[in-house]
Design a binder for this molecule. Structure first.
Ligand code: ZN
Length: 288
């Protein structure tokens, strides 16, 4: 690995940690708005004592570690979700970096600037998607709810990502016939993915009357299906998210907790795992 590559991963981790911190703040802001409390404004404040946080208390990961997860002013616990969000989103962006690095190397070598622009825009769309997913996962884990406006934003970003992907199929000759001929199989696989993921979660919600999964879970499953665009990968996400959910369910039973299992975080975790290993999974499936 070259020094510039290592540097890129460090920068990606820092960006991820900042976005992870941002995701936590957004989750709280939306919550305060929903329960009708005053939004703390653009400054970060301690939710216990209301003290305004200095820049030194606002550095992702470091501030949490330096203050041992407690507010400097009142000693209230900041919570584990905050640092977990920063570390996990940082790690996720690094793994996305390893996935996209060879693709960037390939398009930079070409003379046509269009693939580079398309790839950069796809990465931006994906980072937006993943940040919104983090806000949703935090919200779901804390309050077992999924705010509608976030679900709408998530689905819009997923469709933008999809359009950027399909634009790559457009032939240089501009022949619409070739475009649609090339599009047939990916489009069918995409529809299969939507049916498997969004379909299953919608049916579970509909027939269990929200007892098994919540009303918003299929709207998290939908953008995941759209972004993966492959029915095999959708099946793997479905399997993994239910596996994680079951493990958590057993853990809750041991702890004798009666909380509803939030499926959102498990769907999102399964998505990240499948997204970064999709090339390997697709070749594995092809070899079957
Ligand atoms: Zn405080």
């Amino acid at each position: 690995m070259s020094i510039s590559e290592v540097l890129m991963y460090i920068i990606l981790f820092i960006i991820g940690a900042i976005l992870g911190s941002f995701a936590c703040c957004q989750a709280w802001r939306i919550r305060l708005e929903q329960v009708g409390k005053k939004n703390p404004g653009k400054w970060s404040v301690c939710l216990s004592c209301g003290a305004k946080l200095k820049p030194s208390e606002n550095i992702p990961i470091f501030s949490w570690l330096a203050q041992r997860g407690k507010c400097k002013h009142c000693g209230a616990n900041i919570g584990k979700i905050e640092i977990l969000s920063e570390l996990s989103l940082g790690t996720t962006l690094v793994t996305f970096g390893t996935y996209f690095y060879p693709k960037f190397v390939a398009v930079i070598a070409g003379t046509n600037p269009l693939p580079l622009i398309m790839l950069s825009l796809s990465v931006l769309a994906l980072i937006t998607v993943i940040t919104i997913m983090w806000i949703l996962a935090i919200y779901d884990a804390k309050w077992q709810e999924l705010p509608t406006k976030l679900l709408v934003a998530l689905n819009i970003c997923a469709v933008i990502y999809l359009i950027l992907q399909f634009a790559g199929f457009f032939p240089s000759s501009g022949d619409i016939g070739i475009f649609f001929a090339n599009l047939k199989n990916p489009a069918l696989s995409l529809l299969g993915a939507i049916a498997i993921l969004a379909g299953t979660y919608f049916l579970l919600y509909f027939f269990s009357r929200e007892k098994l999964v919540g009303s918003g879970d299929w709207l998290i499953a939908m953008p995941i299906a759209i972004i993966l665009g492959n029915w095999w990968l959708a099946l793997v996400v479905l399997f993994l998210s239910n596996l994680f959910g079951s493990i958590y369910g057993v853990y809750q039973r041991v702890k004798k907790s009666k909380n509803q299992i939030p499926f959102g975080p498990f769907l999102i975790l399964a998505f990240v795992i499948v997204y970064i290993s999709q090339s390997w999974l697709v070749s594995l499936i092809a070899a079957l």
